[in-house]
Design a protein around this ligand. Structure first.
Ligand code: SAH
Ligand code: F3S
Length: 482
């Protein structure tokens, strides 16, 4: 499974560091989705102006912030274990160390966190990071501090993130926050609030800055990027109430991508996550029109069964999803597609499960992120449906799905053997310090001998062999994009 499952989606922590010489030390780590990793860069920026510099050494931290994930129970358990670790370090190294929880668990549990976990001094939800300076003052004065107020308009568009996790080549730019979709299994609408879009001008300024700093690849980020809609501010759900002028001058996702791709034709552009119900032909046509928009779409299906899709409140049918896939494949030849799938949603029958497998056979996804259903308190499914699929059944279905995905991923990779593909070099290969690692437009990873190339170069690589997750080859020269 190694590469099929995205490292960050699996909740591996990433510990962030920058080099400013501030006096107080902040240890910040993030779990969960890319949005959390991106938010931590906003938090680091806010904290830097409060006199904190980041450290990767927990033992020297004055303040520990953990950006948390609530998507599945396991993600929450991981965070609780980390809190025990902070407690141990506090006792052994620095009795004055303060601990704050950020992100989705903070929003979900609110001040209950302070009772449940004695180590916690500070609880801050995803829309309240600008209040951190005030909250820290409270904590410094010996009081617990909580702010979990969700916002209708906060996008942090005016905070320049500190690029902590970056290789200097690829970066994430947040374009929407929150989600209005209310999938019945999902906690995100409760923890991240209503959907709102960021001003395209501030998005463009962030992109300009990244290009000036020599970044080569940008991923536009949101829970549901296809529903990006800017009409001068305001919630997505209030668009109908906007004036005629606001409507006429609004910017949708296809227009936003077109703007960025046109302005910077050598910049690789990616986006995540797409929701099938909101992905329009405009978006697909914009991808087809621009060579620099990567041929890769993450398009969660969750289930291949119409009945389960309905129970999940996904706003599309199996047939509509298949039509979308057919349109993508026709208009964007060679486009890679990946999935999220949940097995064992309440009432899922063997037939429903088979429908999911047959959907996978239809699409032949390049990659996949597969999960057993985890009941989340407060969601519609959590409140109204019994988590009635036994664990062994969930496990067996999950392994069938993973096996099939692995087979498809292997077949997809094998197609590239013998071909020459364009790779953007990102970093040294994990397996050898004599090799570079980078990705194709389809998001497939390739490794090859370094020669005289360097990180950030676009290189043509002839692929000689592959595993189910990595292609292996040799560079044959710079690509025309270089
Ligand atoms: N739109 C979001 C989706 C966030 S959740 C995005 O930006 O990716 C990521 C994935 O986690 C979902 O697509 C779903 O497959 C899975 N997931 C969400 N809630 C879940 C639950 N209660 N149990 C198991 N998996 C879940
Ligand atoms: Fe969750 Fe569905 Fe939104 S999976 S993030 S409610 S699109």
């Amino acid at each position: 499974m190694e590469k099929i499952i995205d490292e960050q989606k699996q909740g591996e922590a990433l510990i962030l560091e920058n080099n400013t010489q501030n006096k107080r030390k902040l240890f910040i780590e993030s779990y969960g989705c890319q949005m959390n990793f991106s938010d931590s860069e906003v938090v680091a920026s806010i904290m830097a102006s409060e006199g904190f510099s980041t450290t990767t050494n927990l033992e020297e931290a004055d303040l520990v912030l953990v950006n948390t994930c609530s998507i599945r129970d396991k993600a929450e358990q991981t965070v609780r274990k980390r809190l025990q670790k902070y407690n141990a370090v506090k006792n052994s190294h620095n009795k004055n160390m303060k601990v704050g929880v950020l992100g989705c668990m903070a929003e979900r549990l609110k001040d209950k966190f302070l009772e449940e976990e004695k180590i916690v001094d500070l609880v801050v939800g995803p829309d309240a990071y600008k209040d951190l300076p005030n909250l820290i003052k409270e904590v410094d004065a010996g009081r617990d501090a909580v702010n979990v107020i969700l916002s209708r308009d906060e996008t942090y568009g005016d905070v320049a993130p500190v690029r902590l996790q970056s290789n200097g080549v690829s970066a994430f730019v947040t374009i929407t926050r929150g989600c209005d979709n209310m999938c019945t299994f999902c906690v995100v609408p409760f923890t991240r609030g209503r959907e709102r879009s960021r001003d395209p001008q501030s998005i463009m300024e962030e992109v300009d800055d990244l290009v000036a700093k020599n970044f080569k690849e940008i991923t536009l980020l949101g829970q549901n990027v296809d529903s990006f809609l800017w009409y001068g501010g305001g919630l997505k759900k209030d668009f109908e109430k906007a004036s005629e002028l606001q409507k006429a001058t609004s910017t949708n996702f296809a227009m936003l991508m077109d703007m960025v791709a046109t302005k910077y034709p050598k910049l690789r552009l990616r986006f995540t996550t797409s929701n099938p119900q909101d992905m329009t032909m405009d978006v697909i046509d914009t991808m087809a029109k621009h060579k620099n928009i990567c041929k890769y779409i993450h398009l969660p299906i969750q289930s291949g069964s119409d009945r389960i899709l309905k129970e999940m409140n996904r706003q599309h049918t199996r047939e509509e999803y298949k039509d979308l896939i057919t349109n993508i494949k026709n208009r964007i030849p060679g486009c890679a597609i990946s999935q999220d799938i949940i097995v064992g949603f309440p009432t899922e029958t063997e037939q429903d499960h088979k429908d999911t497998l047959s959907m996978m056979e239809f699409v032949k996804y390049d990659y996949g992120f597969m999960f057993a259903y985890s009941e989340r308190p407060g969601t519609t499914a959590g409140r109204k449906m019994d988590d009635d699929i036994p664990n062994e059944v969930k496990k067996r279905r999950l392994s069938e799905i993973i096996d099939l995905q692995q087979k498809h991923s292997g077949e997809r990779m094998a197609q590239f053997v013998g071909q020459t593909v364009e790779i953007l070099i990102e970093k040294e290969s994990k397996r050898s310090d004599e090799q570079w690692s980078g990705r194709t437009t389809q998001n497939a990873v390739a490794v090859f001998p370094k020669e005289n190339y360097k990180v950030g170069d676009f290189v043509n690589v002839k692929i000689d062999s592959c595993t189910s997750a990595t292609m292996i080859g040799n560079a044959v020269g710079y690509s025309e994009n270089n």
